[in-house]
Ligand binder design. Sequence first.
Ligand code: PLP
Length: 418
Amino acid sequence: MTQLPGLLDVEAIRKDFPILDRQVHDGQKLVYLDNAATSQKPRQVLDALSEYYERYNANVHRGVHVLAEEATALYEGARDKVAAFINAPSRDEVIFTKNASESLNLVANMLGWADEPYRVDAETEIVITEMEHHSNIVPWQLLAQRTGAKLKWFGLTDDGRLDLSNIDEIITEKTKIVSFVLVSNILGTVNPVEAIVRRAQEVGALVCIDASQAAPHMPLDVQALQADFVAFTGHKMCGPTGIGVLWGRQELLEDLPPFLGGGEMIETVSMHSSTYAPAPHKFEAGTPPIAQAVGLGAAIDYLNSIGMDKILAHEHALTEYAVRKLNEVPDLRIIGPTTAEDRGAAISFTLGDIHPHDVGQVLDEQGIAVRVGHHCARPVCLRYGIPATTRASFYLYSTPAEIDALVEGLEHVRNFFG
Ligand SMILES: Cc1ncc(COP(=O)(O)O)c(C=O)c1O
């Protein structure tokens, strides 16, 4: 087996993920390279979910009985774990949502309904980038359409980086919010947070960071990022689906209005008006994703037991290896940075004129699961003049042997299509 410096003890880790033993298509070994779409779940998370339902299930916060108190302690305990994982100054800054999309929509809606100085209106501008996931484009388009605000964005360089050459014209005194992705899900690019945050702070704009492809793969420190909001999603980081996080700075969460109304988010209600609970509950209307939060807490314990620094080093070694091997495949063009520098472990490519859907299908017949399409980042495909890409993405349980299998699989694809 290929050995690379920095790799984790993958043999041991893979034992925690029952699904990785699966065979597909009558005996093909599963090679799961679709981790940017969703990660697999370790037994520790699966056990935490079933234990929750078997022993503690109850609605949270309102009950006085034992189960309600235990379920509340587990749910709020998960909030503590998330706060520590991202180095949040306070647990009250951690809002549970259903996914990153909901977290980003929440920020856009808070700002749409806010009073000055946060209010987004026809006199103001919103800044995003051309490499955003649709989840960080559409909520801002909706906000711009509703308020008359102008939507602006950073373009991309030919090698898949943000073009910040005109940063002073893009982020101006009119900018109210700059929202951008930390690690691109389609290009793999790791973005230069500091330069963007510095300029945003100069003009007094808020900063929202989409960390969906960062939180699973590297240490995340919201204080070091100096952002105002950070969004991510549980299912990409070994947690269950149905749970996301929005971290926001405390004073902002105190000042900004709620978006969804309902139970749990109120202090008092009369037929004429209501007052709201303090954050984070002000932003968590209705029965929250309790089991999912518990599962996310277990996922964080699991990732911590391995170490986020070590996961980052493992993926970096794999990415270096994969980029080198893929660059050797004839007719293959990486869409995004072609070296492992400032790059995450999602690698998109085209293979000659073969349509990515055909590439994906022939790989699937060999048991290799990749993603094909525009990866919910269609403007990136438009920018590079391609209809779609094939994307391979790695995680803490991925191996060099799986990259070799991908490269061999691509050879079959090339032979198959002549
Ligand atoms: C960068 C990025 N942002 C946002 C999302 C949306 O995550 P979710 O579908 O869990 O809301 C994704 C998911 O692919 C993503 O990769």
